[in-house]
Design a protein around this ligand. Structure first.
Ligand SMILES: Cc1cc2nc3c(=O)[nH]c(=O)nc-3n(C[C@H](O)[C@H](O)[C@H](O)COP(=O)(O)OP(=O)(O)OC[C@H]3O[C@@H](n4cnc5c(N)ncnc54)[C@H](O)[C@@H]3O)c2cc1C
Length: 462
């Protein structure tokens, strides 16, 4: 049954582009695309599942003629409302475009379509002895197109950087329907404006990414993980800052506070030390075993002298996996604790990390809201997660106040409103506070120049 609000003529034109089996118009189907990982709900008027860049180009050309919004979507795991149709229109589900097109170990690159799942890329690289480092917590579900559009980070970002650092070339369709190419399949490229960087992190507002050439690196042969307990989260934050200040570069450096630790244990039964004030998880990797050993030993000593209550090295792969499983299930575990979880993404300079952790706790107490904090603390990136019940209006007012205070605190400490989850819909009210009106106006001009009719993902950050 077609119960979309698009006209029958338009539905028929869109059907002729993608085929009848790749246009979803029933309410039941469309509701599945009404959410991302956040608490927002906008049911699109139709969902289109294109097979290739030509179909995307035709859809965007039609959208400009008929003036309906188009919202690109990967797996919908985004945490800022980027893939929901906040201003109506159609969702462009890119998951059918899921081919790994080419792997070139000689040039250390892989060419993929946007709908490939991140883990499939990591596994493919691993199968030829190479590493694709960006590993967002959602990697077993998220798509590479979504990772590029959000410039996703991951647990390894402290040493290896974020998605942008692994992009060689991007093919995309402009909001007005024309195909364009940016970057090159070379180690270096300064030919023209850096459109790869413009597209990366543009959250589906400046073009639909249709093909991506990714840079790969040699697979580190050795890994060493350890877990430290601290009496409280602020001292754990200081322990993390001390590791970085000592000149060490762990591949992963994460924090889990006591609230989060308890819900993880309740969820996953990993035998975690639930009485600890906070956990710090550290991993070093590298190509030379003695270097990895030396770095781990230095980090061990640094953690002890920063006041860690215990520091324990993983003796084998099983123990190591347990440590990282604890971190990877953090959000899922928190989401079970109460009906509503609001995940923040504040990021501060490392020397201010411990202060930010203190501020999170004060903000929780002041507004009487429960906050569990975890995150990529080695990057200064924290995910304070407020646990609430959105049926309780009075509680939700306190949650809103707490969110505003968290963001204000991060900005006061010289940080940013989003380290990795993007601005999308939910952070849009806060962006100008960080970047200022001058920067907002430059962004609006770029958007108008590329998308004069406001077709692609309107209502998002600019
Ligand atoms: C449990 C969990 C853990 C997470 N952990 C991390 C983490 O560690 N690090 C991190 O950075 N994020 C993390 N995230 C957030 C999210 O997974 C990332 O932002 C991811 O990159 C989104 O990918 P996606 O395929 O789900 O994109 P979607 O959510 O579908 O879309 C995200 C944005 O990208 C746009 N988009 C998608 N595909 C394209 C395309 N081909 N062309 C143009 N625009 C496109 C959409 O319009 C939207 O604005 C996590 C989310 C969850 C639920």
């Amino acid at each position: 049954m077609n119960n979309s609000s698009l006209s029958a003529t338009l539905i028929s034109e869109l059907t002729s582009i993608v085929g009848a089996e790749n246009i979803l118009t029933s309410t039941e189907d469309r509701i599945c695309y009404a959410y991302d990982g956040q608490r927002v709900e906008y049911v699109p008027e139709a969902v289109l599942r294109p097979a290739d860049s030509q179909q995307i180009s035709r859809i965007l050309t039609l959208a400009n003629e008929e003036r309906f919004p188009v919202v690109p979507r990967g797996a919908g795991t985004g945490l800022s409302g980027g893939s929901v149709a906040a201003s109506g229109g159609v969702v462009l589900d890119l998951t059918r475009m899921d081919r790994i097109i080419e792997v070139d170990p000689g040039n250390l690159h892989m060419i993929v379509e946007p709908g490939v799942i991140t883990t499939a890329i990591i596994n493919k690289a691993e199968s030829i002895g190479l590493l694709y480092p960006p590993d967002p917590g959602s990697m077993s579900v998220s798509t590479i197109g979504g990772n590029v559009a959000e410039n996703a980070g991951g647990l390894r970002a402290g040493k290896y950087g974020v998605t942008r650092n692994y992009l060689m070339q991007i093919q995309a369709i402009a909001p007005t329907g024309e195909a364009f190419l940016s970057g090159a399949r070379t180690r270096k490229c300064v030919a023209g404006y850096d459109l790869v960087s413009l597209m990366c992190g543009s959250e589906g507002t400046l073009g639909v990414i249709t093909e991506i050439s990714l840079r790969l690196v040699p697979m580190p042969k050795y890994r060493k993980s350890m877990m430290a307990t601290f009496p409280d989260a602020a001292s754990a934050g200081q322990g993390i800052a001390d590791i970085i200040a000592a000149g060490l570069v762990p591949s992963t450096l994460e924090i889990i506070d006591n609230t989060t630790l308890r819900v993880i244990e309740d969820y996953a039964h990993l035998g975690l030390p639930i009485d600890a004030g906070a956990l710090v998880l550290v991993e070093f990797d590298g190509l030379v075993e003695s270097v990895v050993d030396e770095e781990s030993d230095q980090a061990f000593r640094s953690l002890e002298s920063s006041g860690a209550t215990t520091v324990q090295q993983a003796d084998d792969a099983e123990q190591r996996d347990k440590i990282w499983q604890a971190r990877r299930v953090a959000l899922a575990a928190l989401s079970r604790a109460r009906p509503t979880s609001i995940l923040e993404d504040v990021t501060v300079p490392l020397p201010r990390l411990s202060e930010m952790i203190d501020r999170v706790q004060q903000i929780g107490q002041k507004n009487s809201v429960m906050i569990g904090t975890f995150g990529h603390a080695g990057d200064g990136n924290l995910h304070p997660t407020i646990l609430a019940d959105d049926r309780d209006e009075e509680e939700m007012k306190r949650v809103e106040a707490a969110v505003e205070e968290l963001i204000a605190a991060a900005l006061q400490l010289g940080g940013t409103v989003s380290g990795e989850h993007g601005i999308g819909f939910s952070k849009a009210p806060f962006l100008a506070q960080e970047v200022g009106e001058g920067s907002m106006e430059v962004m609006r001009r770029i958007k108008r120049a590329l998308d004069p009719n406001g077709i692609l993902n309107p209502g998002k950050f600019v």
